[in-house]
Design a protein around this ligand. Structure first.
Ligand code: ADP
Length: 167
């Protein structure tokens, strides 16, 4: 059988230990993983598209268990990117029930757009089940400790953002 390429897409604003948990789980199963960082202007991200791609790459480089994982910025439809990369699988994380409805909607739409791609859902460790990029940003900008939720390089990038904001 030919190698199975899986995409792990998201906004990654910023990447958290929850995302990393899902990427590692996917890496155990599929031959090649491409983390697809979306532009997602609709979400008004804290980090720019380029910054999110760079930061995600840095996280991959600094975590031995992630070596071999590729990181790509994706403009346009994910299913088109999947076609170009010959990826047959898209992996998403499922945290609480609240993720389900949105994921279901997206899965059906993606299927209509490209029948060749299968969406697969994975659950993180329970300790990451209530973790999101927005909560991390909230805690950080209110002076809280985020060291259990994101890697060190992400904390550094957040500190830099904070000092830029303060001017
Ligand atoms: P999107 O804007 O596409 O939802 P996110 O960066 O918020 O992008 O999330 C990307 C993927 O990672 C989604 O499948 C989301 O459910 C999953 N995810 C986010 N946080 C966690 C977490 N703590 N545990 C498991 N999966 C997560």
């Amino acid at each position: 059988m030919s190698e199975v390429i899986a995409l792990v897409p998201g906004t990654f604003d910023p990447i958290t230990n929850g995302h990393i948990d899902i990427i590692k789980r996917a890496k155990k199963i599929f031959d090649k993983i491409i983390v697809a960082v979306a532009t997602n202007a609709g979400k008004m991200p804290l980090f720019s598209f380029e910054e999110r791609v760079e930061l995600t790459k840095k996280v991959v480089e600094t975590d031995r268990e992630l070596w071999g994982v590729e990181v790509e910025g994706v403009k346009g439809l994910l299913v088109d990117f999947a076609k170009r990369e010959n990826a047959k699988v898209v992996v998403r994380g499922l945290r609480a029930v609240s993720d389900f409805e949105y994921e279901l909607q997206m899965a059906f739409m993606n299927r209509r757009l490209n029948e060749e791609v299968e969406m697969i859902y994975m659950m993180p460790y329970i300790k990451y089940s209530f973790l999101s990029s927005s909560i991390v940003k909230d805690v950080f900008f209110n002076g809280g400790d985020i060291s259990k939720f994101v890697p060190e390089v992400v904390i550094e990038a957040m500190r830099k953002k904070l000092s830029e904001r303060r001017g």
